[in-house]
Design a protein around this ligand. Structure first.
Ligand SMILES: *[C@@H]1O[C@H](CO)[C@@H](O)[C@H](O)[C@H]1NC(C)=O
Ligand SMILES: *[C@@H]1O[C@H](CO)[C@@H](O)[C@H](O)[C@H]1NC(C)=O
Length: 158
């Protein structure tokens, strides 16, 4: 009994580890980096994010081209380029900020530069993040224990 329980736990742990190992690093805007007009036009970061699948645990690298900053904001702040005080990092050309998406991230994430009219000029990024552990996060702890006992009894009914 104890042995099988351990095996189930090991399988669950390995699933998590394997997914963790697949965490990707993205350079936002690729060689253009995190920058403002005239280096970019409106919609540039939407195009960059299109067709990419972001998962919890992935790291977004914002490479500043020119003097930039980075803030994680709400949908409303993103839409209206509202001023926010919580700036993650501010820096010059060549500096930047690496933002690790939380492992359990699930849903939309919004990033802007809060400097002058950078955001209005298109320095804003919206991405949809999928949890990297959908199997586990979609289960409540109750259904998880039901599942574990189902697996355990399946192992013993032979
Ligand atoms: C995304 O993928 C579609 C279909 O493969 C393609 O037509 C489109 O150009 C791609 N968009 C970007 C921004 O790469
Ligand atoms: C545009 O990019 C160049 C090269 O990285 C940088 O020196 C310049 O400051 C940027 N301009 C703006 C307005 O961000």
């Amino acid at each position: 009994m104890v042995g099988s329980g351990l095996i189930v736990l090991l399988i669950l742990a390995m699933t998590c580890l394997t997914r963790g190992a697949m965490a990707a690093r993205y350079t936002v805007g690729d060689h253009v980096g995190w920058t403002s007009p005239p280096n970019i036009t409106s919609g540039f970061y939407d195009d960059w994010a299109a067709n990419k699948t972001f998962m919890g645990g992935d790291v977004l690298e914002f490479n500043y081209k020119g003097t930039q900053n980075l803030a994680v904001v709400s949908r409303e702040e993103y839409d209206h380029c509202k001023r926010v005080s919580k700036v993650l990092g501010e820096g010059e050309e060549g500096e930047g900020y690496a933002y690790p998406l939380p492992a359990n991230a699930n849903g939309m994430y919004y990033f802007v530069s809060t400097i002058d009219s950078h955001c209005k000029g298109g320095q804003k990024l919206a991405i949809k993040v999928t949890s990297s552990v959908p199997f586990l996060t979609s289960l409540s702890s109750d259904s998880l224990s039901v599942l574990v006992s189902a697996i355990l009894s399946a192992l013993f009914i032979r």
